[in-house]
Design a protein around this ligand. Sequence first.
Ligand SMILES: Nc1ncnc2c1ncn2[C@@H]1O[C@H](COP(=O)(O)OP(=O)(O)OP(=O)(O)O)[C@@H](O)[C@H]1O
Length: 791
Amino acid sequence: MSLTNKDWLEEKQRVQEVIGSIEQRIRQLEAETGEVKTEVVEIRKHFWDEVTVNLSTSEDMIETHFSLRQQAEVLSERERSYRQAAATLKKLRRLVRSPYFGRIDFREEGSGESSPEPIYLGITSFRDEEGDRFLVYDWRAPVSSLYYDYPPGPAKYETPGGEITGELLLKRQYVIRDGGIHWMFDTGITIGDELLQQVLSRNSDAQMKSIVATIQKEQNQIIRNDRSRLLIVQGAAGSGKTSAALQRVAYLLYKYRGHLTADQMVLFSPNPMFNSYVSTVLPELGEENMQQTTFQEYLERRLGKDFKVEDPFDQMEYVLTSEGQPGYNGRLQGIEYKSSDDFFRVLLAYKDRLEAEGMLFKPVKFRGNNIVSAAQLKEKFYEYDSSIRLTNRIVLLRDWLLKEVASFELTQRNEPWVEEEIELLEPEDYQRAYARVRKMQKDKEETFDDFEKEKELLAKVIVHERLKPVRKRLKQLKFVHVRALYRQLFTDSQLLAELMKGTGGTMPELWSDICEATIAKLEQSELSFEDATPYLFLLELVQGFQTNTSVRHVIVDEVQDYSPFQLEFLKRLFPRSRMTALGDLNQAIYAHGSALGELEPLTRLYGPDQTELIRLTRSYRSTKEIVEFTRGMVPGGDAIIPFNRAGAKPEVMAGAGREWLHEAIASRIEALRSDGCESVAIICKTAGESVEAFAALQNRVAGLRLVTKDTQGFEQGVVVIPAYLAKGVEFDAVLIYDGSKRRYSRESERKLFYTACTRAMHFLYVYSPDQDLSPFITEQKADTYVMMPGV
Ligand SMILES: Nc1ncnc2c1ncn2[C@@H]1O[C@H](COP(=O)(O)OP(=O)(O)OP(=O)(O)O)[C@@H](O)[C@H]1O
């Protein structure tokens, strides 16, 4: 379909008109917001002038109250309308730069129209001055889905009132910049290949971009899916999982506006740097960002006060670098077992058992003596009716303990320690205690008359103050000895065997090594990453689950890095939420079981009826050549279809020694930079290797930066980064620092190598300081890469 001159003229004219209307609306809004702002400032300045304050009689007080309230309401109403107008203004300022990116002409069945009104799609909707005609439709409006789902021909879309069928007569794409059409194209069978080519061949950015103009049909299924409670997206590296998830957030915010706000959605990211990488997509679309966090951040918040909690990256470093060390195989088995469904069931069985027997408590102590002993607590606990749920019995026990402490408090006032404390009070402490006593007395309209009375009251205050931490701990249910309960699983092998009996699991072969290591850590108040989730789970099983009921949507990116256990945990944490879980099994780099590994545990989370799975097989990030090289590395890789964007074949260089390696890398980076390549990553296997590479290269490569697990912001430039931190992000060029057999040969390293290579958009170079290359390279078809002379 070729565009005629007439088409160009009409379209150019229309863009001018629409931009003109938007500009006019912007001017109007600027004037309005300016006025409202002045009004708000004035109201604030003269707030008290408008309020009649008179507190003489109770009627005057009531009148004052109402006058105050009225004035506050006027103020907040003006503030609200200011905020709304300012938000619209922000959107329009964005829209005016590029009012739309697509057009569809759709003839509704039965309408009889020969040339229907064209529908133009942009990042937000915009009506003409009279407000009757949409000059731009929001890309999330029901009708807009036609643009993403169909080529010209028969088409249909869903509306709240039912399905609308008809014929798509035209589909046109635009690139509009600075008020002019830069590019325009009518699409035939596949949408946006040309535009997508343009978008994808651009250099990478420090921030992820929105993909509204080129969303692909299968991605649109993810974005607009709102039937299932759990939506699982299994997609190849670079297939647009993260992009689709962020567009989905924008879509849901639009569809459920008025009911759903950005702070009711949470994104779980693989690391803090990723948060910064994706943080601009939603604001670019005129939406506020959802909450962003990491699973580790949550664990820290819950357990960080009592334990030093290991993070997944340290666990990863251990797994990658400690093979052959004593305890290594045991730890590996431990990681696997503690994240397994079997262990999850063991903990549930443990809780059932504790309902009847075996609870462990900490004595409630004060000044080294028991107020209530652990044995008394246990006895009391099992005196409660066994039909009462365990967590409810804990609450009853807490209330009983608070009463016990109150009685204990009375017994302490005449104890010698209290008198001693009064005597030893520092003057300022005495003053403070005295002031408290005065305050207490004032309320009762009593006065001090003698020294004895004063002492008595001071004693009361002191005992009460000193018991405050005890009460606080009781309220936090710290009297339940969760640490000992967890420990018991690793000290009492008979207990574990019995719990396992009901669950059908088997004990790992190196169980005694696992026990030894777990106990040693617990004794130092440390929790390995693999213990943190089961520990918190057990804690919540006995103390009651902390839930967040305000969150309505949870998005878990890189879900293959979560164990089914962790997902179960998230489900319980957000009981009123839907979940979108996105991942790629081929990038499952952790030693623990992956939630995506078998779909069955994941489906069981909400049940098959409420679960949907969408697979994405087209990869958009990397050139065809890079995809053809990398897909051979992973099982099922044949199914990955590269987007048709040509580039250079990946280059592999095996040389002689480190000096050669560093020279080769430095000169490659210089060449890339002079070709305009802005974002380059030297990807290492571990953090340790990254530190070494950085030290060797920093004097040879200007502006080189080292990315560590604590790096918060994703900045453009040349970086040295461990593979597991490069997850989810992308670079124009990737240089694998050491692709030798020594570094990558174990099966467990295959996915890590794949993940590292698939970060490349345009160029991929693999270096090796010796001639012995990783089998993950040499196994590939010889024509998928170029072997360069090394030395
Ligand atoms: N429909 C699209 N239009 C334009 N660009 C797209 C589209 N889909 C994906 N991309 C681009 O492809 C790249 C990879 O996308 P994204 O990071 O969302 O993939 P992913 O599946 O999350 O990858 P990974 O699993 O490797 O982290 C990004 O640069 C993204 O902008």
